[in-house]
Design a binder for this molecule. Sequence first.
Ligand code: OSB
Ligand code: MG
Length: 368
Amino acid sequence: MKIERIELREIQMPLVHFFETSFGRTTVRRIVLVRVDADGVTGWGEVTCGESPFYNYETPETAWHILRDFLIPWVLTKEWNTAADVAALFKPVRGHNMAKAALQNALWDVEARERQIPLWKLIGGTLEEIPCGVSIGIQDSVEELLEKIQREVDAGYQRIKVKIKPGWDVEVLDRIRQRFPRIALMADANSAYTLDDIPRLKLLDRFYLMMVEQPLGWDDILDHVKLQREIATPVCLDESIHTADDARKAIEVRACKIINVKLGRVGGFAAARQLHGVCRARNIPVWCGGMLESGIGRAHNIAMSTLAGFTLPGDVSASKRYWAEDIIEPEVIVTPQGTILAPQTSGLGFEPRLERIEQLTARRESFG
Ligand code: OSB
Ligand code: MG
């Protein structure tokens, strides 16, 4: 691949509705995009970190620094052949997986466009229709939450995930189950509990949830083993799985029964595929997590979700749930059956809307 230019830009996009988790409320997203021009085609990637270091330690500022001062200079000056190779090139940088993923995934997009095939086919995906769920944040009242759930169930989404934290958990789930006894339901705690909360977490079993996501420490594996022994609800890990090796270890010690894969959290398509392979070989279902992505990150998530092991509905939902106007054309739509159809055009399968991106840009820098 002959790279002509790499560009970083930060865009700012207001969410149509605030999104609240156990660690805080987001109203405006600050998203760093990576654009790579190479061999006459253009590829795009998205840094999926939050604005503050509350989900993990990355922020738009740390990602910009790591990309500008390390990853981009290496890609421009060192020897490598394919997008899959840059994972090894980036290895000396410890962590910062979301910065790494944005650049690596942009190179995957370039490669797919060069070969004129959809990105999902290039990574080895086979599912042409992917099952979708929604993630619904903490609301100001339970009534508002119940209304939101009703809307998403009516839209056809195949499972509902709600955010929980101490004080917004058992009573809320009880109200949800009274009104929606049969929906596929799960809860995501984003690390809001400790082992002292085991008695409370045991109460979740009465709601026959599909899973409880990341109840304990953001970087913990072993305490989740203790918890999983005590509760019937399957534990799903999100925050604490950064590599295929983390997944292997978590499965070996029985810390979880399900794993959420986020492209950013694991460092890009190469690692996501490895992790998917590790889970598949051990019969551990995986699903695609989300980070309130713009259309570009969303399109990458759709591609990943076509890998055969992504059997559970992911947090991959329609553009309009988050954005008044997305930055891709067409925007992501979900069928009345709660699925997304894999795109048939090359690369991401969605075209970035350059003039819209330009309007939203807060800063930019070019390299090469
Ligand atoms: O833990 O899955 C999470 C959003 C921001 C940070 C962490 C998480 C989430 C979500 C939203 O649950 C998923 C989405 O993008 O729809
Ligand atoms: Mg999560």
